[in-house]
Ligand binder design. Structure first.
Ligand code: ADP
Length: 404
C-alpha cells in the first residue's frame, strides 16, 4: 500500500510518501518514494521536497498556515504523478492529543473530526495544525482516499493510575478530564520497537527507559513493551528541561509570578512555554548545538543550561530505574539524543553504580545512526535510535484500514 504521512509540528509540516509492502517488513525499513518538509510556517519559510535519486527541490516561500502548507505539498505530489488513483491508497495524520477518546488509530470521518475538535481545548496549540491539514487534505482528495488519525498520546494510555493521576481533588480531575496524558508517543513506541528488533528481544519482554531529546524532550518508562510512566503530563510542559519549556517547576510559581509581575496567568504560562528552558537559563539560545559552542567559548550561563539539562535527564533515569526495578537499556532518540555523543556521555556520567557503562568509541561513532553505545560488560545497555515517526504513522494507517 502507498501511504502519505502528514506530521504537523507547531511551525512545520513533514510528509513522507511511503510504500508499506508487507507487514513483516521491519519497522523503519519501508520504501520512501518521496519526502519533505515545509519549514517555519507563519513566517518566511522554506520547502524542501525530495524524490530519492531523482530530485531535490528547495525554495524559500511564505506559507500562512498548515492548510496552505498541505495544499503546497499535495500540488507538488500531483505534479510528480504521485496522487493518481493507483499511486496513493491512504493518508495518515499524526494528531498530538487524542484525550481519553482516542487510544487507537482511527479512520477519519466527520464524527472523528468533531471528536478531535472536542478534545482540542486540552491542547489548542498542538491539535489545530493537524486539524487544518486534515481539513485541507479532505477538500483536495475528497472522500475516495481514506484518512487515518494516529495519536501521540495513545501509547501512554497504559499508564497505571498511580502514574497518570495528579494528587488534586478527584472531583476537579474528573470534571475537567485532568490526567497525565503524556506525549511523544510515536517516538517512544518507535524506540521500543526498534530496540526489540536490533536486540532480537520480544517486544513484550522489554524493560526500557526511552529518551526523546529534541526541542521538546520527554522520558518514558517501558515495561513489557508498554509505557508505564512518562515525564510529560497534562500538557507537554511537564518533565525534562527543553529548548524553551521549563519542564518541572513548583506550581506555586505561576500564581507568584502573575502577582509579582502584575500579568495574567496565561502570560506566565506563555513564559514557561516559550521563554524558559535552556533559552531562559542561558539567555543565549534554545538550540543545543549553539549552547555547546557557547559553552566551549567560556559562556558560563550556557554551561549552566547544559548542565541543568543533563542533570534533569539523569534524575528521571534514576526515578524510572526505581519504577522498573532496573532496566535492560536506555534508548536515546531525538535531535540531541541521536546526534550528540557529548550530551549522552554527560547524562550517563557517574552511573556506573547501577551498571551503566558507556563505551567512549561506540558513543563517539554513533551520530545519526542506530546502535549500541554501552560497553560489552555494561549491566544496563544504552542505544541510539534515530526516530522515524512517519514509519509508525504509515504502519498504523495500513493496520487500521486492514482491520476495519
Ligand atoms: P524537534 O523536537 O523540533 O523535532 P529535533 O529532534 O530536530 O527537534 O532536535 C533539535 C535539537 O537537536 C536542537 O537543540 C539541536 O541543536 C539538537 N542537535 C541536532 N544535532 C546536534 C548535534 N550534532 N549535537 C548537539 N545537538 C544537536
Amino acid at each position: 500500500m502507498k501511504i502519505l504521512t502528514v506530521n504537523c509540528g507547531s511551525s512545520t509540516l513533514k510528509f513522507q510518501f511511503v510504500e508499506v509492502e508487507r507487514e513483516e517488513t521491519p519497522i523503519g525499513r519501508e520504501r520512501r518514494l518521496a519526502y519533505g518538509i515545509v519549514d517555519r510556517i507563519g513566517s518566511k519559510g522554506r520547502i524542501r521536497f525530495t524524490v530519492p535519486l531523482k530530485e531535490d527541490y528547495s525554495q524559500p516561500i511564505a506559507i500562512a498556515d498548515h492548510g496552505e502548507a498541505t495544499h503546497c505539498v499535495l500540488d507538488w505530489l500531483r505534479d510528480k504523478g504521485l496522487l493518481g488513483r493507483d499511486s496513493l491508497q491512504a493518508v495518515g495524520h499524526r494528531v498530538v492529543h487524542g484525550g481519553s477518546l482516542f487510544v487507537d488509530p482511527t479512520v477519519i470521518n466527520d464524527a472523528v473530526i468533531t471528536g478531535i475538535e472536542a478534545v482540542s481545548h486540552l491542547a489548542p496549540l498542538h491539535n489545530e495544525p493537524a486539524l487544518s491539514a486534515i481539513r485541507a487534505t479532505r477538500t483536495i482528495l475528497g472522500s475516495a482516499i481514506p484518512q487515518v488519525a494516529v495519536f501521540d498520546t495513545a501509547f501512554h494510555h497504559t499508564l497505571p493510575e498511580r502514574a497518570s493521576r495528579y494528587a488534586i481533588p478527584m472531583s476537579l480531575a474528573e470534571k475537567h478530564h485532568i490526567r497525565r496524558y503524556g506525549f511523544h508517543g510515536l517516538a517512544h513506541r518507535y524506540m521500543t520497537e526498534r530496540y526489540a528488533i536490533i536486540t532480537a528481544t520480544p517486544k513484550e519482554r522489554t524493560k526500557l527507559i526511552t529518551l526523546q531529546l529534541g526541542n521538546g524532550c520527554s522520558a518514558a518508562a517501558i515495561e513489557d513493551g508498554c509505557s508505564v510512566d512518562t515525564s510529560m503530563g497534562f500538557t507537554p510542559l511537564e518533565g525534562l528541561i527543553m529548548g524553551t519549556r521549563s519542564g518541572d517547576i513548583d506550581p506555586s510559581l505561576v500564581g507568584f509570578l502573575s502577582r509579582q509581575e502584575n500579568v495574567d496567568v496565561r502570560e506566565v504560562e506563555e513564559w514557561l512555554n516559550t521563554r524558559s528552558g535552556m533559552l531562559g537559563v542561558s539567555g543565549h539560545s534554545s538550540d543545543m548545538r549553539e549552547l555547546l559552542d557557547a559553552e566551549a567559548k567560556g559562556n558560563a550561563r550556557a554551561a549552566l543550561a547544559v548542565e541543568m539539562f543533563c542533570y534533569r535527564v539523569r534524575k528521571y533515569i534514576g526515578a524510572y530505574l526505581a519504577v522498573l526495578r532496573g532496566a535492560d537499556a536506555i534508548v536515546f532518540g531525538g535531535g540531541i539524543g541521536e546526534n550528540s555523543p557529548q550530551i549522552r556521555a554527560r547524562i550517563c556520567r557517574g552511573m556506573e553504580w547501577c551498571g551503566l557503562v558507556i563505551d567512549q568509541s561506540y558513543n563517539a561513532e554513533a551520530v545519526g545512526t542506530e546502535g549500541r553505545i554501552s560497553a560489552e560488560n555494561s549491566r544496563i545497555h544504552a542505544y541510539t535510535v534515530p526516530v522515524d515517526e512517519e514509519s509508525i504513522i504509515a504502519r498504523d494507517t495500513v493496520r487500521c484500514l486492514r482491520s476495519g
